[in-house]
Design a protein around this ligand. Structure first.
Ligand code: PGA
Length: 247
C-alpha cells in the first residue's frame, strides 16, 4: 500500500498560492508516499497545468451527486476529472455541517466520483459531544457503512478519520484514541469489502502538523493524513510528506 499525504486548502488560496506547489515539488520531487493537494475549484485547472509531469497530484474538495444538469453553482465529478483532478474529498465535516450533507448524499456523491474514475476520499468523525458520550465508534461505524459507495475497492476509496473537534483547533486525540478508531475502521472495512478492505487507506486528519506527524504516522492503520491549515505552506506540508515517506 502506498501511503497518502493529502492537503485540503478549503476556501483559501488564490493563483498566487500556486507558488507553494512549485516549492513543494522542488523539495519533494519523488516522495515515497503519494502527495495530493486539493485547492479550491477555481484553481484546479491551473494547479494541474502547474504540476503536470510531477509527483504532485491535484484533487477537488466536493462534487455533485448527479453527472450533469440544472444545478447552478455545482460541479460534477466528470468536470473535476476533465479539469485534471484524480481525487475528490467527500463528506468533510464542514460540508456535513454547513450544507447538511447526510451519509446518503455522501454515498451518492462517492458513487458519482467512482463513475467518473476519481478516487473518493470519504471523511467521517465524531464531534466532541459524541466522544464525551462514548459514541465515537458507533458514530464512525454508521458513517462508514452509510457512506461507502457501491463498487468501492482499495484503489478507488480512501477513508479519512477526522474528529470534528480536532479540525483547525490545534487539538488532537491521543495516539491511543487514534489507534482505536483506525483499528475499528479497518475491521469494518474488511467486513464491508472483504480482504480488499485491508488495502483501503485510512487517513487521520485534524491538526496534523510537522511537529506531530511522525508520531501519528507510527500508529497502526494510519496510512496517511488529510491536512488542512498546514497544507497551505510548502515547508509545513513538505515536512509532513517527509514524515510519511519515512514511516
Ligand atoms: P486542519 O484541517 O489540519 O486545519 O485541522 C484538517 C481538515 O479539515 O481536513
Amino acid at each position: 500500500m502506498k501511503k497518502l499525504a493529502a492537503g485540503n486548502w478549503k476556501m483559501n488560496g488564490s493563483s498566487a498560492a500556486l507558488a507553494e506547489l512549485s516549492a513543494l515539488i522542488a523539495t519533494h520531487p519523488a516522495p515515497a508516499c503519494e502527495m495530493l493537494l486539493c485547492p479550491p475549484a477555481t484553481l484546479i485547472a491551473q494547479a494541474v497545468y502547474h504540476t503536470r509531469g510531477t509527483a504532485l497530484l491535484i484533487g477537488g474538495q466536493d462534487c455533485h451527486a448527479k453527472a450533469s444538469g440544472a444545478h447552478t453553482g455545482d460541479i460534477s465529478a466528470a468536470m473535476l476529472k476533465d479539469a485534471g483532478a484524480g481525487h475528490v474529498i467527500l463528506g468533510h465535516s464542514e460540508r456535513r455541517a454547513d450544507h447538511s450533507e447526510t451519509n446518503v448524499l455522501v454515498k451518492a456523491k462517492a458513487e458519482a466520483a467512482l463513475a467518473a474514475e476519481l478516487t473518493a476520499i470519504v471523511c467521517l468523525g465524531e464531534t466532541e459531544a459524541q466522544r464525551d458520550a462514548g459514541e465515537t465508534l458507533a458514530l464512525c461505524g454508521s458513517q462508514l457503512h452509510g457512506s461507502i459507495p457501491a463498487g468501492a475497492n482499495s484503489a478507488n476509496l480512501v477513508i479519512a478519520y477526522e474528529p470534528v473537534w480536532a479540525i483547525g483547533t490545534g487539538r488532537t486525540p491521543t495516539l491511543e484514541q487514534i489507534g482505536e478508531v483506525h483499528a475499528f475502521l479497518r475491521a469494518e472495512l474488511v467486513k464491508a469489502l472483504g480482504e480488499d478492505g485491508h488495502g483501503v487507506r485510512i487517513l487521520y486528519g485534524g491538526s496534523v502538523k510537522p511537529s506531530n506527524a511522525a508520531e501519528i504516522f507510527a500508529v497502526k492503520d494510519v496510512d496517511g493524513a488529510l491536512v488542512g491549515g498546514a497544507s497551505m505552506k510548502a515547508t509545513d506540508f513538505g515536512a509532513i510528506v517527509a514524515a510519511l515517506s519515512a514511516a
